[in-house]
Design a protein around this ligand. Structure first.
Ligand code: FAD
Length: 436
């Protein structure tokens, strides 16, 4: 359901990224018209690998995607493993259905997933429900409690009135900057990531997420497509990561700049094992994209009356927990549920804020402390990364307890997820009185 041109939509969503479009699809599902305003002039499949945790996959399925749709832009993950510099396993566990979740975990191509959300929303809500090439520059809350949204358009600017404005405008959010004018600049702890994809044979289980190395220098490797039945090759996502001692030495504003492989391959030149050749994997890529691992200090609230933040605008986080995209999807679904419960307005936003802001802000800080990669820090602290028998360094029970704690905090603990009722039941629609 879109809105008619000329009429004011009840909800404006600033940013048509993963969070914004999942919210738009959710609002369509519950019968609430919205307008998405996205700054790019043309949607393109940008980015490389992202992980969709079982809690997020559940929401996508409940939104109407099928597993075959998901197979079009990703592959079910079987395993998550950490491997030391010596090539020996530190920790491995099954993932998704292979670990007893009722839903799979997917390793996906961010750009292709994003395009699937975009095409679905346009098909269901119509072309008028999303405006490309327009930038939300700011907002003004009026006395009646509704909001006037200032939009920069190719022909100038306009103000659009709405009941609610959702800032889903990513890590450099203009809405957040207005809501929290004193927020500190982007936080960068010194790690730089170079990301790319290479057609190669999947390793270990055939669909394993592998973190290899130390907490200061590592490779993350996982397939994001099913293997070609003839060649056995799949699209392998890789992230090469190095931590610099002096973060102030680098500019941190770059986001996804394309760089040459020679800029960083030297850090990984001798990373060859009988089961993996890291330099060959990197050299097989068409391109690499550099970005500093950045986040922002949490803010105490994501709400200003009828204006709310979600996704990276609310809680930009290090990708160490592989849950940035998943959390944006969960945000969208919880916000939809709060509209159903409280109607379209400040009460729903306040309930959303009370439910999510504190626990998700804690995940941001936890990911800063390395998230689940914290096990690599422990190995490093206890034996300098050198070991013959990992059980002598960190006993199995301690490794398992560490991971269980992370999953509980990030909302993907298996038993509680399997037992939880749907966030939004399939037949839920906003009733006319709440609507009005
Ligand atoms: C181009 C791109 C590539 C990415 N690639 C990866 C990747 O390979 N791996 C990974 O893990 N994560 C990647 N991310 C980040 C990842 O998508 C997010 O961390 C996560 O999915 C949360 O989604 P989000 O919708 O909150 O933010 P995003 O997906 O970042 O979406 C924010 C959207 O808001 C738009 N926008 C920003 N400001 C305004 C404004 N003022 N007015 C209107 N629109 C605005 C942006 O153009 C963007 O489409 C990428 C993000 C982008 C934008």
């Amino acid at each position: 359901m879109g809105h008619n041109a000329g009429q004011h939509p009840p909800v404006i969503i600033a940013g048509g990224g993963i969070g914004g479009l999942t919210l738009a699809l959710t609002l369509h599902q519950i019968g609430l018209p919205c307008l998405v305003i996205e700054q790019v002039r043309e949607m393109k499949p940008l980015g490389v690998g992202i992980n969709l945790q079982p809690n997020a996959v559940r929401e996508l399925l409940e939104l109407g995607f099928t597993e075959s749709d998901l197979d079009g832009f990703g592959v079910p993950a079987r395993e998550w493993a950490l491997v030391g510099m010596n090539g020996q396993e530190i920790y491995a566990e099954s993932r998704g259905r292979f670990a007893g979740y009722d839903w799979p975990q997917y390793a996906a191509h961010r750009g292709n997933f994003h395009m699937a959300l975009y095409e679905r929303f346009r098909r269901l809500a119509g072309d008028d429900a999303i405006r490309l090439g327009c930038r939300v520059a700011g907002y003004k809350v009026d006395e009646s409690g509704s909001v006037s949204v200032h939009v920069e358009t190719p022909s100038g600017g306009e103000n659009i009135a709405a009941k609610v404005l959702v800032g889903a405008d990513g890590i450099h959010s203009a809405i957040r900057a207005q809501m929290h004018p004193d927020q500190p600049p982007i936080h960068w702890g010194g790690a730089v990531m170079w990301r790319g994809t290479t057609m190669a044979k999947p390793i270990r289980t055939g669909s394993s997420f592998i973190g290899l190395g130390t907490h200061r220098q590592r490779m993350v490797i996982y397939p994001i497509s099913h293997p070609d039945p003839e060649t056995g090759l799949a699209l392998i996502n890789w992230i090469a990561e190095v931590t610099y001692d002096d973060p102030s030495a680098r500019e941190t504003t770059g986001w996804f700049d394309r760089v040459g492989l020679d800029d960083f391959i030297h850090y990984f030149e001798n990373w060859t094992y009988d089961w993996l050749d890291v330099p060959a994997l990197i050299r097989g890529a068409d391109a690499a994209y550099e970005n500093p691992m950045i986040d922002r200090d949490p803010v105490p609230s994501w709400v200003d009356g009828p204006v709310v933040l979600m996704g990276d605008a609310a809680h930009p986080m290090y990708p160490t927990g592989s849950n940035g995209a998943s959390q944006a999807i969960i945000d969208a679904r919880i916000l939809g549920a709060k509209f159903l419960e409280h109607g379209i307005g400040a009460a729903a936003l306040a309930a959303f804020d009370a439910y999510l802001c504190k626990p998700v802000s804690e995940i941001v800080l936890r990911n800063r402390g390395a998230g689940p990669f914290g096990l690599l820090n422990m190995v490093n602290d206890r034996c300098g990364g050198e070991f013959d028998d990992i059980d002598e360094v960190i006993p199995r029970t301690e490794r398992e307890a560490f991971m269980a704690k992370y999953k509980e905090a990030a909302g993907f603990a298996r038993d509680s997820l399997n037992a939880a009722p749907p966030t939004i039941s399939a037949c839920a629609r906003l009733s006319a009185d709440i609507h009005g």
